[in-house]
Each structure stands twice: as structure tokens, then as C-alpha cells.
Design a binder for this molecule. Sequence first.
Ligand SMILES: CC(=O)SCCNC(=O)CCNC(=O)[C@H](O)C(C)(C)COP(=O)(O)OP(=O)(O)OC[C@H]1O[C@@H](n2cnc3c(N)ncnc32)[C@H](O)[C@@H]1OP(=O)(O)O
Ligand SMILES: O=C([O-])CC(=O)C(=O)O
Length: 371
Amino acid sequence: MTATKGLEGIVATQSSISSIIDDQLTYVGYRIDDLAENSSFEEVVYLLWNLKLPTKSELEAFKQELADNMEVPEAVIEQLRSYDLSKVHPMAALRTSISLLGLYDEEADVMEEEANRRKAIRLQAKISTIVAAFSRIRQGKDPIKPKSDVSYAENFLYMLSGKTPTAIEIEAINKALVLHADHELNASTFTARVCVATLSDIYSGVTAAIGALKGPLHGGANERVMKMLTEIGSEENALPYIKERLANKEKIMGMGHRVYRNGDPRAKHLKKMSKELTTLTGHEKWYNMSVKIEDYIKQEKGLPANVDFYSASVYDSLGIDHDLFTPIFAMSRVSGWIAHILEQYSNNRLIRPRAEYVGPTTQDYVSIENR
Ligand SMILES: CC(=O)SCCNC(=O)CCNC(=O)[C@H](O)C(C)(C)COP(=O)(O)OP(=O)(O)OC[C@H]1O[C@@H](n2cnc3c(N)ncnc32)[C@H](O)[C@@H]1OP(=O)(O)O
Ligand SMILES: O=C([O-])CC(=O)C(=O)O
């Protein structure tokens, strides 16, 4: 038995949800470029969960169901108020809040398909309310109740600020949500599938996945891209900073990918939006710096920008706190996690690979007195 480090190149499951073939990403066979340009996030969630695009009336009903389920139990809000949010990372708070949400769902351990679909709606609906509530409470403000007649993207921005967002702000968040929704067997999705393949419940699967997304080699990279841009400070300092990092063998956040070799097809959409939004806000320097870094890393290391790279300057342009970037990723990716959880349940087998043992063999036991 020989191990493959990081399971690179190992095909671990069959799936009908999303595919990456020759650096092209599709959701259920629909090109990501078409979905990014044309779809609402709700339409994409419906697609991932039903493996078909909704009709007009199916989409309207689905949107309404999501909007009607956005309020969260008061206990979840109270729990957020109970710790010092200046010291708590929002991804840690989100992980705990989703787990807690399961305690208030009477169907949490009901495993029938229809119950799982109802829980899916509740989770998808409530996660954005929790992220927004975290942000409000941290600012010493009260959470804002969701509206029942606006899109998922608009509702989130409204619950964050209490203001009606502009059309371009809604478009930016909607597009980011569409682009982050699913990505084949990425680390957090694999985590979710491993968890529920024991026939554990959907809340456990999503809680585990949030833990995996939080790390800087995965979803946590977007927050760190903005930290890097802030540290660089000026366009002139971009390349000297990057060269020093590379000389110290440090990784450049938002660069590189396990699967894509020639480029992440999602990055160009975020890059375009970053240019548009940073120009609007007068913060073009974030975009200009990012382009310099992207070009340099491509040329020096042959590595492409990934989805996390330009999402950072997009979210910053919307005035969003930098540590909320990864929770926003989670708000979108929960749709993919759930699609994979439902798929796993529908054709389950325990996921239990082997390890190549490289420790000592045949040691003679020594009693504690003689060690
Ligand atoms: C949504 C997402 O999860 S997208 C990914 C988000 N993560 C990041 O942006 C973090 C930065 N990127 C990385 O750490 C990596 O590119 C990963 C984790 C995304 C993929 O990693 P892997 O396929 O395991 O590649 P691995 O880490 O083994 O790197 C291979 C080589 O490329 C180099 N490399 C990879 N990514 C980077 C990077 N961002 N900056 C500098 N060098 C890099 C490594 O140092 C290594 O070089 P070596 O062979 O000389 O030692
Ligand atoms: O697929 C991966 O390894 C990481 C990624 O881009 C994602 O989860 O969106």
C-alpha cells in the first residue's frame, strides 16, 4: 500500500453535481460562465439540489421558501451575544452557530429524504442571517430581521447594513455566491461527505465542512489576500513584497490550485467585478496591485489566481469586514455541501480509506518501571 500525499489525483467518488474538465467548470453540465452572467443564486441552489434548472414558478416558490425560513431561533442570537466577539473569528462563531441550530431543529436526526430537503432549506436560509447577525452584534447593534420579498443576495446586504443596497452591490454579491456555490470534491465538500457517510446528520456534515473551509489553504485564503494587499500598501511595493515572500518560501494567498493548471475559470468574473467596483469606490490600487501580483506569479511560478484572489477586493469594495469574507464563502458553499450530502445519502457507503503505515514495527513492550 502506497499513500498519495494529499490524495492528489485520487478519484474518490462519482458525482453528478459539478465537474472540472480541462480547466472548465460546470454545475450539472451548465457552464459556469453562463451561470455567472445569467443566474440568480437561488436558481443555482435549485439546480444543485434538483439537478435541473427550475421553471419560473418553481423558482418563485423556491425563493419564497428560502425567504420564509431566514429567521433564526433567538437562542442562536443570544449565544452570539454571550462571548467577546472582538476576540472570536466569525468562522468559529459560524461553526458553533450552525451546530447549535441543529439543537433547535426537531427534525435534525430524521433521515428521510423529505426531512433532509426541509433541513436543507432551513440551513441555506438561516446561514446568511447568522453571518449578518454576528457582524451587527460585534458592532454593538441589534441584528436586522430578514425581508421576505427580496433576493438572497439583497437580503444579506440589507441585514448587514440596514440599508437598501444598490443594484451593482446586489449584482456583485449574487455573482460571488453563484461562483462559489460548488466545486467538485474540494476539501470542505469531501469533509461533509466523509461525515455523513457514517449516516450522521446534515447539521454535523455542514458543521464539519465549515471547519474545513476555515483553513487558509482553502476558503480562509480570501481574508488573507486582503491582509496581504493591506500590508503591501502601495502599487510600487507589490513586487518587492511578493519577491521577499517567495524568497522566504512563503505561499502567496489566492494563488495556485490543486486541479486548475491554466487558470480558475471563476477568477476572471471576479477580476472584472473587482475592476468595476474598485474604480467606483476610488480604491483602484487594490485591483492594480492584484493584477501585478497575478501576472508576476503566473510568469515566475506558472500558478494561476484562484477564486479567492479577486473576491477579496470585491468584498472590500462593498465595505464588508475582511474577516467576513470566508463566512460569505460558506453562505454560498453550503448549497454545494448540501447537494453532495444528499447525493451521498442517496447512494451511501462508508468512506474509509487506508493508511500506509510508516512507523516502527515489532517493538517489544517495556514495562513502565523500565522505560
Ligand atoms: C477556494 C480554494 O480553496 S482555492 C485555494 C485557496 N488557497 C490559497 O490560495 C492558498 C495558497 N495556495 C496554496 O497553498 C496551494 O496552491 C493550494 C493549497 C491551493 C494547492 O496546493 P497543492 O496542489 O497541494 O500544491 P502544493 O502546496 O503542494 O504546492 C506545489 C508547489 O507549488 C508551490 N505553490 C503552490 N501554491 C503556491 C502559492 N500560492 N504561492 C507560492 N508557491 C506556491 C509550492 O510551494 C510547491 O512548490 P515546491 O514544489 O517548489 O515545493
Ligand atoms: O476545489 C478546490 O480544491 C478548492 C476550490 O477552488 C473550491 O473549493 O472552490
